[in-house]
Structure formats: C-alpha cells, structure tokens
Design a protein around this ligand. Sequence first.
Ligand code: ARG
Length: 459
Amino acid sequence: MMLWGGAFEAPTDEQVRRLNDSIGYDQRMYAEDIAGSIAYAQAIAAAGVITPQESEQIVAGLERVLREFEQGEFQFEPGDEDIHTAVERRLTEFVGAVGGKLHTGRSRNDQVATDWRLWTMHAIDRIAGQVLKLQQAILSQSEAHFETLMPGYTHMQPAQPVTAAHWLLSYFWMLARDTERLGDTRRRTAECPLGSGGLAGTPFPVDRVALAKALGFTSPTQNSLDGVSDRDFVAESLFALALVGVHLSRLAEDIIIFSNPAFGFIRLDDRYSTGSSIMPQKRNADPMELARGKAGRLIGNLTGLLTTLKGLPTSYNKDLQEDKESLLDSVDTLMGLLPVVTAVVHTLKLNSERLRQALDESMLATDLADYLVKRGMPFREAHGVSGRVVRRAAELGVSLSRVPLEDLQALSPLFEEDVAAVFDFAASAARRQALGGTAPEAVQRQWENARLWIQNQGS
Ligand code: ARG
C-alpha cells in the first residue's frame, strides 16, 4: 500500500526509497501515532466528516494495531516508509476501506509534528524523573558531610576550605535548573499542530481546542505553516539535554580526579569502577569517563539539528525528518547514563581523613587578610600583607601558622597573639555563614532548601 503515487508512473528507485524511509527509528513513536489517530478519528466524527459508526470502527482497528505493537507482533511490510504509513496500512487491513477515511483533512506533516511533540513530552518526563533521582542521591550522600572539611578549588588550585556537602550540593542546583529548564521546554512543546493539514490548515470544522486537550496538549498551535515546520521544541530539548550532559561531565570529572590515588578523596564502589587487563592495581572510573565523554555527542546532536534547521524555507521540508535520530540518541544516552551516575553518587565513599590531610594552611591566606580587615586595614592592602606572609613562610620553609609573630608584626603592627586563632580550617569554614556559604549551619539550611525543592516538584 502506498499513501501517495496516484500521479506517478514509475515506482521510486530502490536506493531513494531506502534513503527516504524513516521507519527504522520513527516506529518508536507508534503509541503516540496511534493516540493521535484515535483522537483525530473522534474529532472528525464530531465535526460530521465521518459517521460515529465509522469513527468507532477506526478506533477499534487502531486499538488492535496498538495491541500488535505492544505484544511485539506487528509485522512491517516493505512499503511501510514511516510509522504513519505502517499504522494506516495495518488499520486498513483490519477495517477495510473505511480506514482510508482517517486521513481526511490531515497530512503526515501535521501528523508527524503532533506525534513527535507527544513523544518528546513523554521523553522529557522520563529524563526529569531520572534527574530527580540523581538529585536525591546527592541529597542523601551529602547529609553525612555537613562538617567534613575538604579543599575547595578554583583553577584547580587549592583555594579555601569548604565542607564536602557544600561541594556535592553545588551539583544539586545545576540539576535543579536542568529540571526546571526541561519543564519550560515541555510547556512550549505541549501545543498541538494537528489540524494544520499539509501547510494551510484543514477545510473541515475540526474543534482543534478539544482535539489538543484530548491528546494531553495545553492548546493548539496558532499558525498552520509554523505548526508543520516548527522544531524549536526539538532544539530546545536537545539543548536542555546537552546541558544535563555538561553538568554530568563536570561531576564526573570531579569524581575522576578525586578518586585518583594522588587525591584519594573518594573510593568508588567495586561495582562502579573497572580494572585494567594489564595493571592489577588499577581502579578506573570508566563509567565517569563515559559520563564526561558522552557530553560530546549530546552537544553534537544539538548543533547538528540547529544546522539542519538553519535557512530552511517556509513550512514543511523533508530535511525535518532529520529531527528524530538526534533526539532519540540524546534521550537514550541520558537514560543510560543517569541511573549509573546516580548509583555512583549513592555508593561512593568520601574519605574524611584524606580530605582533611589535603588541607594546607596556605588556604587560610584569605582568612589572614580578613583578620587584618577586622582590625581596620582596607582589604586590598590586607591582601598584599597576607601575600607577603605567604612568601615569608616559603622563605622559612614553614607553614603559615609557623611564621613567628615578630615576622608578622614586621609586616603589619596589627598582628597580635590572637592571630593564632586564624589557623583553624573548621573556623574558616564556619565563618562563611551567609546564605550560600560553606559553614555547616549554612549548608544545613541549603540542604533543607534542596529537600523542599524536591518536595515542590510533586506539586
Ligand atoms: N517521516 C516524515 C518525517 O519524519 C513524515 C512526514 C512526511 N511528509 C511528507 N510530506 N513527505 O518528517
């Protein structure tokens, strides 16, 4: 069966057919295609285009087709170029000529746009669910580490002491924005193009508002030309997914570095690290390297689609069929990755001892400057003095706290005995109590806010 070809004399060239076919991947939206057709059959019946009996026959036939797909019994035929063709072909085999009435006023252009939006909405829900699980893993892993001190880095250089929960929770908020971004994308995706026809709209009095609602969309699209060709929702989804991937790659990189024996901050569970075939001592963070690496293809999928869309002329063009494989790949990639990253975060062990040993008094140089600031020195000047103390310590070959008071006082008369209290990592962290800071109490509040954020996701 062909959906078109009435005006053609010769069949399509075999290689063109293979190039044209999208059934290999768009069959994944069979459920959305059938749901769209069921709603459409009911909508054109309500509009008086087909009789209620015809509509019932078509719907019953479509439900049979759905069952075949669900039970893995659907047989594809050589002429099934895409999922729309395949479903309609099978429907007609079940219900006869009446099946041919389903496509009245409809085109595969508004049909595919509708199916693909529905599939994307469902995919966003699945991804968001997985991101949430990772956020929960971060929340539970961090709960034990409000007081655990570790080096904080900028430029990957030891900078200031932070608490380990603070480090972990930094990823929570990246993922929170990802979840919100996915929600925004879903809202814009939830517009129904069905009823746009091939490009100009439908000549039948279809109630598009009711049709949109029946399918779980919020509203119909406003312009049929835009309706059949808008793929912003795919581009936006690819961006939202790429950014999830970028965030995962950063978390992965931290875990890779911190589990390196030179750091020894993290021990990965046996189930989530791999050995070497030649070097028995090795514990490779393979899953994390894949998390880091796969960000590349997620970004590539986004730039690929944007490049396809750029410069397309008005309305539908076959180029738009290229909108499927990239999104399928990005969704599959993250659905494979997110549960593994979640498990890694759940099962990793932070080594509090090693974290503390990695703290170096040079990380208190800012606190030393703050000490002088409290005694009235402008911060810029205090920064300079503290820098000279760092240099003095290096000259003497000692840590900051071992620089004699006389040497300090030679650099500034504001130094007194009580400067000794500066050289305390926990006190340094504890001073950063303002909202968003690393003090244990501030992190406790942050953690509570993170938990509330998760609770609000349900509502
Ligand atoms: N498989 C096509 C796609 O994904 C369906 C739409 C075909 N429309 C057409 N006019 N050839 O875009």
